[in-house]
Design a protein around this ligand. Structure first.
Ligand code: TYM
Length: 332
């Protein structure tokens, strides 16, 4: 079986609809076709200031959501990044293989550092994509299911894998990004030119999966569309409607063409009302299942402990080869 690995940040508790449709939904599907590793990336979360108690709580909330979304610890490995120290260890080795200019060109870093100012931007944020490369390469992953915003980081991962292999001999598998084009970029409900994002969306623009479904339904019903009336997929001229059609199709399994036909001659109001209902039907049991996992932290923690053990077995093997290749003296 080919292997997949992916990760999600625990920041701010609830995942949003872009996280789910762009990434987590694919993770659920791939646990049956792949040897799958999925993690909550708490090391990455630390690149911006976190309250310690909140980070701890959010990491559990993130893991609970992954299970509630359908990840089954019997069929895949779910773990917390910091439980596997090899991530930070390989991260260091790869830092020493990455050019300063190369890291400076990562657009997510550039965006965030401009927004925060260089004094508030940490070196951790700068090397964030290198740690992500370590995450992926440790598991000899074939594919990495992510949203479109991670494409550049995957490109860097491939470059670093090839560089290491070229310098020290074949060590890492060179992974492919797995990006589903339809759901690669779920946009903000209030500004369809922007992606839906924890850090930049306004409260009305983002659908948080753990919010009261009523709250999210209201946001969907007041999503920004356009002054036309025809329900048609057209990213350029009708980005708001196109986003709603994408979400609708992804949540129901209908095709966008089906939906265009179903809503022929109907108004945006009907589309939004129905989508709000479809979303509510999906989100209600999702929230309930998340709460059940959170109400039983012992079970949750034991799932995560088993996951970390399975992950570590793979990670330790890769790291040992890396340490040997780069010339570290073995500890006897
Ligand atoms: P994060 O936590 O920002 O997002 C988790 C996943 O959600 C996807 N995503 C979206 N997809 C579609 N539309 C959107 N609006 C949208 N917003 C977010 C992201 O692309 C991502 O797949 N760097 C990663 C975490 C990470 C990782 C890894 C991923 C760390 N190590 C190793 C893969 C492999 C991140 O910050 O994701």
């Amino acid at each position: 079986r080919p292997r997949v690995l992916s990760g999600i940040q625990p920041t701010s508790g609830s995942f949003h609809l872009g996280n789910y449709l762009g990434a987590v939904r694919q993770w659920v599907a791939q646990q049956d076709t792949h040897d799958a590793f999925y993690m909550v990336v708490d090391l990455h979360a630390l690149t911006v200031v976190q309250d310690p108690e909140a980070l701890r709580a959010d990491s559990r909330v993130a893991a609970a959501q992954l299970l509630a979304a359908g990840l089954d610890p019997e069929r895949c490995t779910v773990f917390i990044q910091s439980h596997v120290p090899e991530h930070a260890q390989l991260g260091w080795v790869l830092n020493c293989l990455t050019g300063f200019g190369e890291a400076s060109r990562m657009t997510q870093f550039k965006d965030k550092s401009v927004k925060q100012g260089t004094d508030r931007t940490t070196v951790g944020l700068f090397t964030y994509p290198v740690l992500m490369a370590a995450d992926i390469l440790l598991y000899q992953s074939d594919a990495v299911p992510v949203g479109g915003d991670q494409r550049q980081h995957l490109e860097l991962t491939r470059v670093l894998a090839e560089r290491f292999n070229g310098r020290y001999g074949e060590t890492f598998k060179v992974p492919d990004a797995f990006i589903v084009p339809e759901t690669a970029r779920i946009t903000d409900l209030q500004d369809p030119a922007l992606k839906m994002s924890k850090s930049s969306s306004t409260p009305k623009g983002i659908v948080n999966l753990l919010d009261e479904p009523k709250v999210s339904a209201k946001k969907i019903k007041s999503a920004v569309t356009d002054t036309d009336t025809v329900i048609r997929y057209d990213e350029e001229n009708k980005p708001g409607v196109s986003n709603l059609l994408t979400i609708y199709a992804a949540l129901t399994g209908a095709t966008v063409a089906d939906l265009e036909q179903r809503y022929e001659g109907k108004g945006y109001g009907a589309l939004k009302t129905d989508l709000a209902e479809v979303y509510t039907e999906w989100a209600t049991p999702f929230r309930d299942r998340t709460r059940e996992y959170l109400d039983d932290p012992e079970t949750l923690d034991s799932i995560l402990a088993k996951g970390a053990e399975k992950a570590r077995a793979v990670a330790a093997e890769t790291l040992a080869r890396v340490y040997e290749r780069v010339g570290f003296l073995p500890a006897k």
